[in-house]
Write a protein that binds this ligand. Structure first.
Ligand SMILES: [Zn+2]
Length: 684
């Protein structure tokens, strides 16, 4: 099979034992019609799950698996397997304590004891797992998918880590001192600088998870050496909470074979189109932490599996994002697990079939060599080890910041990446996990910092390179030494002008935004200022600085973690941020997208001889005046549009103009939310 061309559809489907023949014949009839390439059979799923299935149950069901595999083979459809749980996602009222003798379950940071979710180092769970997964592996699936329940958060239903007796004994041994859960959790959540036990505990979890991944893979490979392992994950920022070492975990789980990855796209229900900012970020970030040869099949979900939950258009857009951002395939969890035939929701299937040529052409154009371009965002797997916590912090506060910064940039037509770039952006405390040498490297380029990130650089002695003499820790505006009303974006060199105001009632009317009092160096330029109710400029809001290393820095004196939200987004903000990246990259920033609407999602991918650009309208209004502004030193290229049938065509609606270093591609038509605009720029 070739997942490197076209649009690979992998359907995740449950065939309940009490309705097996009927759901199998429905599958056999409709999978080819829906253009499905792979069926990932889900076992003992959701509503009718038994918790940890008994061996007797699994043995009985195994005959069904062989039958479905054989039926799929006749249709030239690949058979993969997805046991619904490994240790368990969260209890959801299930109890396995009686039927698995000696099962030790997860104990959360808060002392909650699960009845279903197993502890990874429980010998009883491991014994049961080996026997159970041996039965599964005997069916020799192409991929054995492991769920994202191989993590140490969210069991029962929201607690973190495992602090069971076994874990506590292991930890106590590491530090040579007997410690209770309460003592350890208190140390982990200590305000200010991290207590050394926090890193020690996270490193212990890291080792246990790598060892567990190896244990899972070896269990499968002992029986079915040709099967590959697939990893569903929960987003690298979340996995910071358990200190995951991605490289080691991936190596252990692959166990010498091709590794598959299923990054989450979230949006389990259709809410706002803006949910797709998470989806595209999840693809990029998960890709960045895994080995480069990992094959990606993103996770398109729909819970609970009807158009009440998710429209076909929303589903199509999510799949289009998968292929626009270069995944090899998509996994589709679109139909329910309670035995309803797919026929009842066949509209999804009709969409899949109709859109496949478009998605295949899109995927083919962006896949392979070459990079996506944009502002480089930072992620460090050690972020939770080094983060300073506020007073009364809770476990989730250990998570890594950065999501809001991504959304702030993407919402305003500035693409982001996790690969190297000439412009780097950092918010929150992620820089604590970067070395001095790395930071010096960043400061030689263009660097955007929120108030927290700037404060950390000042604290670490980099003040002279960021144009900041002093910056106070961010606080609520009630605690500022002045009355804060708005931000006046006044510097004409960045697109500002006098009395161009943006609200500081951030992130929304709830007004929980946090701001910094910033004292810039004398030679820093003031891009925007905070103003009081009389419009008097009371403190710099954004500054720009060219440093002695040849680098350029922008500091925005607010805490993006608290201040970014709907009220942050504005057409003036788009102008401001476009001015920022122009300055930081000295007019060579790869792509800025403008339109007369809101909430764009744009990308630029270099692919060998071609450049592919595209945008999604994550807003219900049609846009006009769409313009891609690209760095470009070559001649004006041939400009081709991807039509809805998957053909690259010339279009009178596309206009290209160029100066020395910038290429402008204007689209004269309207762009609606339901059809992304995809354009190929080919060497003329
Ligand atoms: Zn445990």
């Amino acid at each position: 099979m070739n997942k490197d061309s076209g649009a690979w559809y992998a359907l995740r489907r449950t065939l309940p034992p009490w309705k097996f023949e009927e759901t199998l014949s429905d599958l056999i009839r409709l999978a080819p019609e829906f253009k499905i390439d792979e069926v990932i059979v889900k076992i003992d799923t959701e509503e009718f799950s038994h918790g940890h299935p008994t061996l007797e149950w699994a043995k009985r069901y195994q005959g069904n698996l062989f039958q479905v595999k054989e039926a799929l083979q006749k249709l030239n459809i690949v058979y993969s397997l997805n046991p619904w749980i490994t240790v368990g996602h969260c209890d959801r009222g299930r109890n396995d304590l009686n039927h698995i003798k000696g099962l030790e379950t997860a104990v959360g940071h808060d002392g909650s004891v699960a009845k279903h979710c197993a502890c990874f180092i429980s010998p009883a769970w491991r014994e049961h797992f080996v026997e159970l997964w041996t039965i599964y592996a005997e069916t020799a699936p192409h991929i054995m998918w492991v769920e994202d329940d191989i993590r140490t958060f969210n069991h029962e239903p929201v607690s973190f880590g495992c602090f069971c007796d076994r874990h506590m004994a292991r930890f106590s041994e590491r530090i040579g001192q007997k410690v209770s859960r309460e003592q350890l959790v208190k140390a982990i959540l200590q305000p200010g600088k991290p207590h050394p036990w926090r890193a020690e505990y996270l490193l212990m979890q890291r080792e246990i998870m790598v060892e567990t991944a190896g244990f899972i893979a070896k269990t499968v490979h002992k029986i079915s050496p040709e099967s590959c392992l697939g990893l569903m994950s929960s987003g690298p920022r979340q996995h910071c909470l358990e200190g995951r070492d991605w490289t080691k975990l991936a190596e252990a789980l692959a166990d010498g074979k091709q590794l598959y990855s299923r990054p989450p796209m979230c949006n389990y229900n259709e809410d706002s189109l803006r949910g797709f900012y998470y989806s595209q970020d999840s693809i990029k970030l998960t890709r960045a932490v895994l080995p480069t040869n990992t094959i990606e099949q993103s996770e398109c979900e729909n819970v609970p599996f009807t158009r009440f939950s998710k429209s076909t258009v929303f589903t199509f857009l999510e799949i289009a994002i998968t292929f626009a951002y270069g995944s090899q395939g998509v996994t589709l969890n679109l139909f329910d697990h309670v035995g309803t035939p797919m026929k009842n929701e066949e509209h999804y299937g009709q969409m899949l079939s109709a859109k496949k040529p478009f998605l295949a052409a899109l995927g083919d154009a962006v896949r392979g060599k070459g990079e996506y371009c944009g502002v480089q965002l930072l992620h460090r797997q050690d972020s939770s080890l080094v983060k300073n916590l506020p007073i009364k912090a809770d476990y989730p506060d250990l998570g890594e910041d950065g999501f809001n910064l991504m959304q702030a940039l993407e919402s305003h037509g500035i693409p982001t990446v996790y690969t190297s770039s000439d412009v780097i952006a950092a918010s929150g405390q992620v820089l604590r996990a970067c070395s001095d040498a790395e930071i010096m490297e960043f400061l030689r380029k263009g660097m955007f910092l929120d108030g927290v990130a700037a404060g950390i650089l000042l604290e670490r002695g980099f003040g002279e390179y960021i144009g900041v003499k002093n910056i106070a820790m961010p606080c609520h505006r009630r605690d500022l030494p002045f009355v804060l009303s708005a931000e006046e974006f006044h510097h004409p060199g960045f697109g500002g002008e006098k009395r161009k105001y943006m609200t500081c009632t951030l992130p929304d009317l709830g007004t929980m935004g946090r701001f910094c009092v910033l004292e810039p160096s004398q030679d820093a330029q003031i891009v925007s200022s905070f103003v009081d109710p009389d419009t008097i400029r009371v403190s710099p809001a954004m500054i720009a600085y060219s440093n002695s290393l040849g680098g350029r820095v922008i500091v925005h004196a607010m805490d993006y973690q608290y201040s970014f939200g709907v009220a942050f987004c504005h057409p003036f903000r788009r102008e401001q941020l476009h001015g920022v990246v122009d300055y930081l990259a000295d007019r060579s920033f790869p792509l800025k997208l403008t339109c007369d609407g809101a909430y764009s999602l744009a990308f630029r991918k270099e692919s060998g001889e071609n450049t592919v650009i595209g945008c999604f309208n994550l807003n219900l209004d049609d846009w006009g005046k769409v313009s891609f502004d690209l760095s470009w030193t070559k001649a004006i290229p041939d400009v081709l549009l991807l039509d809805q049938s998957g053909n690259w065509v010339k279009s009178s609606e596309l206009k290209a103009t160029k100066d020395n270093v910038r290429l402008k591609i204007e689209y004269l038509g309207k762009i609606s939310f339901n059809e992304p605009l995809i354009v190929k720029l080919a060497q003329a």
